[in-house]
Design a protein around this ligand. Structure first.
Ligand SMILES: [Zn+2]
Length: 412
């Protein structure tokens, strides 16, 4: 029997507290530290544009200005909300950029650029979700063939702290043979991914499935291709994908994450950090309660683009109806930014960018409350947190009861 330290040589995750299946700890990657559970906002570092415009236009640019504490957004320090961010290689393919601009964009690691004041943990997704449905990852705009090799090259050039293999997400209506085939194709990428990277990199393995048997099958297919030894030794974390099409079905999301934790435990991966790709807002407390460690989402931006100002993880108001004095977040406490949200802004991005930042703060503060609940002794704090937050939302009650019963030993 190998010792734990041999099994997890690249030990980046230290769990310091548990409440039921929920856990809280620290992810240490390179010289960055991220406390968990945590939400990584999706930041689009490119979003069209040039170096002079912070590589970005529209609302994405405003987000980067907040990240930088730029004078343009009145100079506040928002860096704590960007302690970790997710960006996707696929964001490059959303824009018809030229080869020249592409080369320019990937020419320097993101954290080393003067235009971004960012020193948090950078997760670099592979963009595999682009394979969902009929769309495919297409690098033709900049004449780069997008395969596993190209993805690793881009991830490295952008200076990602966490690298994720190129994957083939499943869709809810895929039949069994299709799911197995996608697992097999993903496994081939995983094999190549491991050959192109080393133990010095922080590598997350993608898993896809909605329940125990699907996830176990997926892992078995990976094992068939790369071998038992490598599946057990090479990864620092696991990223659970394919859940975005289920995002409105809390029941299925809870099952997917709690079954995933069960599969990981049965495979001996219990202590690897578990990242849930693309899920946020109201699902976070439920999924953290059953053992998810990190999340990423762009919902803070999408809500804002749709004119939605979040009042909690579960509710929002049309931005034009909001009484900003009711929120004490940093954005809503800033008169200049409030004026913009009230409509006194030259461009829509100045109004909605501030709303997006407020939305992100709402999500980040909520997950911080969860962290402290998990960290306090016993399960009581977490149960009462779930009661007081989710338990008060009618649409959430049954899910809140389920996670308390299944993960936290039920009510007193
Ligand atoms: Zn606010």
């Amino acid at each position: 029997m190998e010792s734990r330290s041999e099994q997890f040589k690249n030990d980046i995750f230290e769990i310091s507290a548990e409440a039921g299946d929920a856990r809280s700890g620290v992810l240490r990657i390179g010289d960055t530290e991220l406390s968990t559970p945590n939400l990584l906002p999706v930041v689009n570092f490119y979003a069209g544009g040039t170096d002079a415009s912070l590589y970005g236009g529209g609302i994405h640019r405003t987000i980067k200005e907040f990240m930088n504490g730029d004078e343009v957004v009145n100079g506040g320090d928002y860096s704590r909300y960007f302690d970790g961010v997710m960006t996707s290689v696929a964001s490059l393919t959303d824009y018809g950029i030229s080869r020249e601009r592409y080369e320019d964009y990937i020419s320097e690691p993101i954290r080393e650029r003067d235009v971004f004041d960012f020193d948090g943990t950078l997760f670099l997704d592979s963009g595999g979700f682009k394979f969902l449905g009929d769309s495919r990852l297409d690098g033709s705009d900049f004449e780069v063939e997008v395969d596993q090799e190209a993805i690793v090259e881009i991830q490295r050039k952008l200076g990602g702290d966490v690298l994720v293999n190129l994957d083939r997400p499943i869709a809810p209506d895929d039949d069994y043979p299709t799911r197995v085939e996608k697992a097999r194709l993903t496994a081939q990428n995983v094999d190549e991914f491991l050959n192109l990277t080393s133990r010095d990199d922080t590598r997350y393995l993608t898993l896809h499935g909605y329940n125990y048997s699907m996830l176990d099958t997926f892992l078995s297919e990976v094992e068939k291709v790369i071998g038992r030894d490598r599946v057990h030794r090479e990864f620092d974390g696991v990223a659970l994908g394919s859940l975005v099409p289920l995002k409105d079905n809390k029941e299925k999301l809870i099952t997917a994450v709690s079954d995933c934790r069960e599969v990981l435990a049965d495979w001996g991966f219990e202590e690897l950090p578990l990242h849930v790709l693309g899920i946020s807002s109201s699902a976070i407390p439920l999924l953290a309660a059953v053992g998810a460690d990190t999340f990423d989402s762009s919902s803070y931006i999408h809500s804002a683009i749709n004119g939605k100002y979040d009042t909690s993880l579960y509710n929002s108001e049309p931005v034009d109806d909001v009484d900003f004095s009711k929120c004490d977040c940093q954005v809503c406490s800033d008169d200049v930014l409030v004026k913009r949200m009230e409509g006194d802004a030259e461009y829509q991005k100045d109004k909605l960018g501030a709303v997006a930042m407020h939305n992100l703060i709402i999500q980040k503060e909520e997950i911080q409350r969860m962290q402290s609940a998990i960290q306090s002794p016993g399960d009581g704090e977490l149960i009462s947190y779930i009661e007081q937050s989710l338990g008060r939302e009618k649409s959430m009650q049954q899910h809140a009861h389920r996670v308390v019963n299944e993960s936290l030993g039920g009510y007193f």
